[in-house]
Design a binder for this molecule. Structure first.
Ligand code: SF4
Ligand code: MSK
Length: 629
């Protein structure tokens, strides 16, 4: 019998029921607050409000076309845009820095170990760390120091740019946007944005690319690779997604945020027989860890821990009344979780000094105390199980099966399994390239990014992905987009039934779903590595690949940093939410056609998801025509 996939309407109906529950306990949710925030300030929307000094704030109107200092709409919008990108690069890269510190604390008998020794050695070699005849932990600790050095080294560029194609590196050098130390790029961006410094629109856009590249090929890539070394490089694994993964009769713990160090420790401790026995002693059947946002992506890729939801589902998870404890690290955590958790028995624990949240209990989790802190957290959840109020519990039944864990290494591993059918070159993407050349696959799209209340939650992600796979375009995805796809069943290998004939054949042969989960937001660095390796193996520039990026529902500063590094890395990026620069036609030109002139790729901005996906398919077909394939 043909599989029935969860529809967006079914998900919205679950949300509606949970929203009624919110009303019953007297708490607001994002839907209420989005309504209250309407209509957004147009100066902010257009990027032409400046409050970079106390002579202002200055706002640009036809009657007041310049700020008090003389800054034009182009300077102000460019400055705001660069600040946005720098904020995103800072957040991602600081996450990567924390992972370096975790790597520095790995021990054979500790909670953080070196799980992927081969990757530790190969990455260490890239960083010039001596590996011959040395203990793996000595190598890992030296690598951690080299990684930390990438943040503040006085000279040179990010080490990982050596993974990019020569053409891209030359382009970055020629334009003066090759990424130096991560902290240097963030600081210089903020300096440029200070009152009375940079005023040239093009320079803001170029620096936004540079700080983005420091994120993508620096902080984020270290976050990904070093996490793989510590927690294991993901390989295909089965899991489930959506609110139905919460359990009626187990202790439910939600992990939320981005840095996997906390969630990994919690997952390891929760699996111990002592903890399981404790949970049983309080009447539960066991411990059920589930994830939200990118922390979820990290632990699902490595342990198959179910995904309870994405960004706009964080309140829904608590509203089920079935969550004993939610533990958060950094980024994308609504402060609203504080008052909301108080309406239920849910314990809310924050763990990073960078993200203390009112109405949460703060338990510091650092590499040195992670085991002890995670034990306290899991114990707190177990003890709280008896406080669950059955009359307040509603767990929607919807959940979908998903096959996740497609790191670059895993994709190559899957291709190797069928190399003889295509081309006998194991350890390469050659079979994939041959499929694209032959037209069995028309191309690939990397769909990433958040939810945004400005558009229907998950609607664009799911609709666009369905249309792409129908057109034989394979999808790789990360972040909240990955979770939207998983909730809709698009990561179930059965989703091949929704594909065109070519992609369906590939899914059958390789044994993959048509939508590949590549991880969290920092793991977009995996997509950089994949596309640049494919371009090298194909022998063409990245800009020529029938491959594009898409962020249909983005909202965060991190998304702008990502969009900048994806474009500067040579891939057109399709945005379903407008960047806040509309008040300056110069900046708007520079991030679209202007950037195409500079780096061979740019943004395509379209709020209508149907038109956005049509533009994407046309864009891919145009690249195919240009390649004569
Ligand atoms: Fe106004 Fe210029 Fe100050 Fe901005 S920097 S607030 S435009 S005076
Ligand atoms: S969690 S940055 S809402 S993708 Fe990475 Fe999701 Fe966007 Fe946060």
């Amino acid at each position: 019998m043909a599989k029935k996939f969860t529809t967006i309407e079914e998900m919205e109906n679950d949300t509606k029921i949970l929203k009624v529950k919110a009303g019953e306990v007297g708490i607001d949710t994002w839907q209420d607050r989005a309504e209250q925030q309407k209509n957004h300030c147009q100066f902010g929307e257009k990027g032409i409000c400046c409050r970079n000094c106390s002579m202002g704030p200055c706002r640009i109107t036809p009657k007041s076309p310049k700020g008090i200092c003389g800054a034009t709409a182009h300077t102000i919008a460019g400055r705001n845009y660069l600040q946005f990108a720098a904020g995103g690069a800072a957040a991602h890269s600081d996450h990567g820095r924390e992972i370096c510190y975790t790597l520095a604390e790995t021990r054979p008998d500790g909670i953080y170990k070196v799980k992927d020794e081969a990757k530790c050695i190969s990455v260490a070699k890239e960083f010039g760390v001596e590996t011959e005849g040395r203990d793996i932990y000595d190598i890992a600790h030296d690598l951690a120091m080299q990684g930390l050095n990438e943040y503040g080294k006085p000279f040179g560029f990010q080490t990982f740019i050596n993974r990019a194609t020569e053409e891209r590196r030359n382009k970055w050098m020629e334009l003066g946007i090759a990424p130096r130390a991560v902290d240097h790029e963030v600081t210089e961006s903020m300096h440029m944005c200070h009152m009375g410094v940079q005023a040239d629109p093009k320079s803001f856009v170029k620096q936004a690319m540079r700080v983005g590249l420091a994120d993508g090929w620096g902080g984020s890539m270290m976050g990904t690779e070093f996490s793989d070394i510590i927690f294991g490089t993901p390989s295909p694994i089965e899991t489930e997604a959506n609110l139905g993964v919460l359990s009626q009769d187990m202790v439910n713990i939600v992990v939320h945020g981005h840095d996997p160090s906390v969630s990994e420790a919690v997952a390891v401790i929760a699996e111990t027989p002592e903890m399981v026995a404790k949970a049983k002693a309080v009447g539960a059947k066991g411990i059920n860890i589930v994830g939200l946002c990118c922390t979820s992506n990290e632990v699902t890729m490595r342990h198959g821990i179910p995904m309870v939801g994405n960004f706009l589902q964080q309140e829904n998870a608590i509203l089920t009344g079935a969550v004993e404890l939610i533990v958060v690290d950094v980024q994308c955590v609504f402060p609203a979780i504080g008052p909301l958790s108080k309406c239920f028995h849910t314990k809310f624990i924050s763990t990073s000094p960078k993200a203390k949240i009112p109405d949460s209990e703060f338990i510091l989790v650092e590499p040195k105390n992670a085991e002890e802190a995670a034990t306290t957290i899991v114990n707190t959840a177990i003890e709280n199980f008896v406080n669950r109020d059955a009359s307040k519990v509603f767990i929607p039944e919807h959940k979908e099966k998903a096959k996740v864990g497609y790191s670059c290494e895993a994709i190559i591993g899957e291709l190797d399994g069928v190399t003889n059918s295509f081309v006998d070159e194991p350890g390469t993407y050659k079979p994939l390239i041959e499929c694209i050349k032959a037209g069995v696959l028309r191309g690939a799209v990397g769909i990433v990014g958040c939810n945004n209340p400005k558009v229907r939650a998950d609607y664009s992600h799911i609709g666009i992905i369905k249309e792409l796979i129908k057109n034989d375009i394979i999808v790789v995805t990360t972040g909240c987009s990955a979770q939207a796809a998983a909730k809709a069943g698009l990561m179930d290998p059965e989703a091949k039934e929704l594909c065109g004939d070519g992609l369906k054949r590939v899914c059958d042969l390789v044994g993959i779903p048509p939508v590949l989960h590549m991880g969290s937001c920092v793991d977009i660095s995996r997509i950089l590595k994949l596309t640049h390796t494919v371009a090298k193996e194909w022998g063409i520039d990245v800009t020529q690949l029938p491959v594009v990026g898409c962020a249909p529902e983005w909202m965060s500063q991190k998304a702008v940093a990502i969009a900048n590094y994806v474009v500067a890395s040579g891939l057109d990026t399709y945005l379903g939410i407008e960047p806040q620069v509309k008040g300056s036609d110069e900046i708007m030109h520079l991030i679209t056609d202007g950037s195409r002139e500079m780096v061979g790729a740019g943004y395509i901005i379209e709020m209508d998801p149907d038109k956005l996906v049509t533009a994407m398919v046309d864009g891919i077909e145009a690249k195919r025509t240009a390649l004569n394939i």
